[in-house]
Design a protein around this ligand. Sequence first.
Ligand code: MG
Length: 184
Amino acid sequence: MIKKLIPDYYFKSVYDIPYEQLYEQGIRLILTDMDNTLISYKQTSPDEKLFKLKERILNIGFEFILVSNSRKKRVDYFAKAYDIPYVKFALKPLKRGIKKAIKLAKGKYNKNEILILGDQLMTDTYAGKRCKLVVGLVEAVDKKTDIGPTRFNRRLERFFLKRIKKKMPEEYDKYLKSYGENII
Ligand SMILES: [Mg+2]
């Protein structure tokens, strides 16, 4: 299982991703988590910076779809405000929500053309790997704002990060070191 917790990329934030390069490498669809990936749990209204990022991503030629585990109204609110197609209550790390999102894109992409972005190993990374997608792990926007179930996942995360560090030190150093720095 721990192999499925190792992302293909680590990015400091969604603003630090070389999108043009990923497009050149063949990525066409970006699935993204919402809370603590695009915005913090605390954010209550849309901001210009993210709207511009979305525009940039679309202009490069990507499709961009939100896949959130949250079932709250805020997912509908933000997705509509930013005008991003979305799947809520996605139940990552189950495959269901991700499959639904891929269907939203009319299933026209191969798995190696799909990048999934998220701030949690136990949900986003694991779900992406289970679906055999390309996985980008990002640093949480504001970890202090994590809510109940996420805090539980963070504890699991710490446990697995330690195991990966011990059993697969090269992979840990390459993909997880920065992420794990403040965790273990
Ligand atoms: Mg998240």
